[in-house]
Each structure stands twice: as structure tokens, then as C-alpha cells.
Design a protein around this ligand. Structure first.
Ligand code: 1AG
Length: 134
């Protein structure tokens, strides 16, 4: 693996999260609560094996995967859909394609300086988040 994402990262900025949630059909009340959160990402990486925990006071979410191996993802507690997900390396970026009901769904993580960047996409929406080590 070309990069090490391991660590605990706290959200420092978020753009267009509201519209990303709308594209996932998240209801109004849940969106209002969710957009106030400052989640942490706890990433454990051993080579191409990852666990990524997104932790907040409202909901927690865990994904575990190996780069290059498709996995079944259940977005329980988020939009509650079943996905077939595949993460690959694009140079030093970790790129996930999430196949399911929603078109153009996925995310990309990369490290830039001391920041962890995340882009979340669904349909025509792009949410951009930046995290820093806590
Ligand atoms: C993800 O990150 C997304 C993790 O896979 C959660 C991020 C956004 C929430 C997605 C949709 C909104 C649905 C419901 C809102 C309810 C709660 C929001 C709680 C946010 C903290 C869990 C990519 C990567 C690997 O880091 O997971």
C-alpha cells in the first residue's frame, strides 16, 4: 500500500453534505441532526486491509474491506441500503465504487499534508469533507 491512513481524524470542514444526504433520501429531521455533527474517522490499516469507523454522538458506522475485493455493504443507520462495494488504489487515493440502487455512488479518501480528505458522491451530488488528526 502506498499510503498509511491509520489514525483518529476529526472533521474540520464539510461542503454540500445536506444535498448528499438528500440524494440518499434522508428525511428532514435526520438531515438537520446529521449536519450538526463533527464525526471522527478511526482508521486501522494493515497493508491493503482496512477498517474505517465513522463515530459521532448520533450514529456510528463501520466498514471493513480489503483493497481489490468486492464486499457487501449494508449502510445500516445511514440510508439502510445494500450495496456491492469495491475499493481500489488510484495512485495514492483510495477509491470506492458502491453499486446499488443509486447511480454514481462512491467515495474517495486521500491524504494531503496533515489532512485526510473525503469526497462522497451520489447521483449528481458531491460532498467534500476534510479531517485532521486529533
Ligand atoms: C462513508 O464514508 C460514510 C460514513 O461511508 C457516514 C457519512 C455520511 C452519512 C451518509 C449518509 C447520511 C445518512 C444518514 C445520516 C445519519 C447519520 C449521519 C451520521 C454520520 C456519522 C456516522 C466513507 C468512508 C468509509 O470513510 O466509511
Amino acid at each position: 500500500a502506498p499510503v498509511d491512513f491509520s489514525g483518529t481524524w476529526g472533521l474540520v470542514s464539510s461542503e454540500n453534505f445536506e444535498n448528499y444526504m438528500k440524494s440518499l433520501d434522508i428525511d428532514f429531521m435526520t438531515r438537520k441532526v446529521a449536519k450538526m455533527l463533527t464525526p471522527q474517522k478511526v482508521i486501522e490499516q494493515q497493508g491493503d486491509k482496512f477498517s474505517i469507523r465513522t463515530l459521532s454522538t448520533f450514529r456510528n458506522y463501520l466498514v471493513e474491506f480489503k483493497v481489490g475485493e468486492e464486499y457487501e455493504e449494508d449502510t445500516k443507520g445511514l440510508d439502510n441500503r445494500k450495496l456491492l462495494s469495491l475499493v481500489t488504489w488510484d495512485n495514492e487515493r483510495l477509491v470506492c465504487v458502491q453499486k446499488g440502487e443509486k447511480k454514481n455512488r462512491g467515495w474517495t479518501h486521500w491524504i494531503q499534508g496533515d489532512e485526510l480528505h473525503l469526497e462522497l458522491t451520489c447521483e449528481d451530488q458531491l460532498c467534500k469533507q476534510v479531517y485532521q488528526k486529533v
